[in-house]
Write a protein that binds this ligand. Structure first.
Ligand code: ADP
Ligand code: TRP
Length: 333
């Protein structure tokens, strides 16, 4: 389906992942990328400075995200793995795209609108704390995508609008010059990918403090697993698995026969919550053992990871250079 396509995705450096990020986003993105002819995965560090200004913290988060993707199965030799800031042509392309981006697109963009709505709800001026990087975020994202002749952008639902804006801007450029200067990208959303609940039953998210980490010591992971909310039903009371948070998390990634075993045990009153938590912990440790080893390796040998990022930028940059050249030749004659 994607055999002759370029799939591209950008990730913000947000540090160590939790199992929701890992099973719900990172693993599926890599699996989809590996069906493509060319898979570009980059760390969106220019996007990150809009909301993160501390260089030490930024470098720490970039390191953790780079090691995470390498551990999760990215193939640095064949994939295109790079830092956005290593491809300066993306920023030149952004400047060109500004000239074709109606301001109204930016006014409507979700990231900006959400900020304005938050401000108004708190009785602050609408644009309080909004910098131009946040306001024009979708144009830089369009350049990320269009620079690389991308066919497909796998996204979560919140990013669909941004890909549509990229497509609209590309369409405007092509229409103005009456030639296909930029490839129109499409988005795909992975509908069959689960959203993992957190230990309190809401979506697992750093902002809810309900996460189960993956790259921490076993003790820390165990503590998170055992903090999952349960009711006070005794073991022998039959339980509906769909009401049990531990089961809801487990079924997102444990092997099918183990999931069936937990469901049956709960329904028949043969499994108590302590058992289910032990099973969940076991599954997490089993499914992430190797990944954690590779993660620890790259964290300790970060120079190797940086080497991959530099090689990736060297491979990806010619695509951006060609796109920029095409644009400049046409725009400036
Ligand atoms: P968080 O909500 O913890 O701050 P992010 O917003 O940084 O997570 O999400 C990073 C990626 O992980 C996104 O692609 C997002 O869709 C995915 N993701 C986050 N939480 C979950 C979850 N609970 N289940 C599945 N995917 C998730
Ligand atoms: N905006 C995306 C996010 O918040 C990250 C991103 C930046 C991206 N540039 C991109 C994703 C290009 C896909 C394509 O997660």
């Amino acid at each position: 389906m994607f055999a002759n396509k370029c799939i591209l995705t950008g990730v913000k450096p947000t540090g160590k992942p939790h199992i929701g990020n890992y099973f719900g986003a990172i693993k599926p993105a890599i699996a989809m990328g590996h069906q493509a002819q060319r898979f570009n995965l980059f760390i969106a560090d220019y996007h990150a400075i809009n909301f993160m200004k501390d260089p030490e913290l930024l470098q720490k988060e970039i390191k953790e995200i780079a090691c995470t993707y390498l551990a999760a199965g990215l193939k640095p030799e064949t994939d295109y793995f790079y830092r956005q800031s290593d491809i300066p042509e993306i920023n030149e392309i952004t400047t060109i795209l500004y000239a074709f981006t109606p301001k109204g697109f930016m006014n409507k963009s979700h990231a900006y609108k959400a900020c304005v709505e938050r401000n108004l709800a708190e009785n602050k001026p609408a644009d309080d704390g909004v910098n131009m990087g946040l306001y024009t975020y979708p144009t830089l994202m369009a350049a990320d995508i269009l620079a690389m002749d991308t066919d497909i952008v796998p996204v979560g639902k919140d990013q669909i609008q941004h890909v549509e804006i990229a497509r609209d801007i590309a369409g405007a450029v092509n229409a103005y010059y009456d030639k296909e200067l930029l490839k129109l990208p499409e988005y795909v959303t992975a509908d069959n990918v689960a959203v993992l609940p957190g230990t309190d039953g809401r979506k697992m998210s750093k902002s809810y403090n309900n996460v189960i980490p993956i790259f921490e010591d076993e003790k820390v992971i165990k503590k998170a697993v055992y903090s999952a909310v349960t009711d006070s039903k005794p073991i022998e009371e039959p339980k509906n698995p769909d009401d049990v948070i531990v089961y809801q998390i487990y079924k997102c990634f444990a092997p099918a026969e183990k999931v069936a075993e937990m469901a049956q045990g709960l329904r028949e009153g043969k499994l108590g919550y302590g058992h289910t938590k032990a099973m969940l912990l076991d599954a997490i440790l089993n499914e992430t053992r190797e990944v954690k080893e590779v993660y620890d390796y790259y964290m300790a040998h970060y120079d190797e990871a940086c080497g991959f990022l530099e090689d990736g930028a060297a491979k990806a940059r010619p695509y951006a250079q060609k796109t920029l050249q095409r644009l400049k030749e046409t725009l400036f004659g």
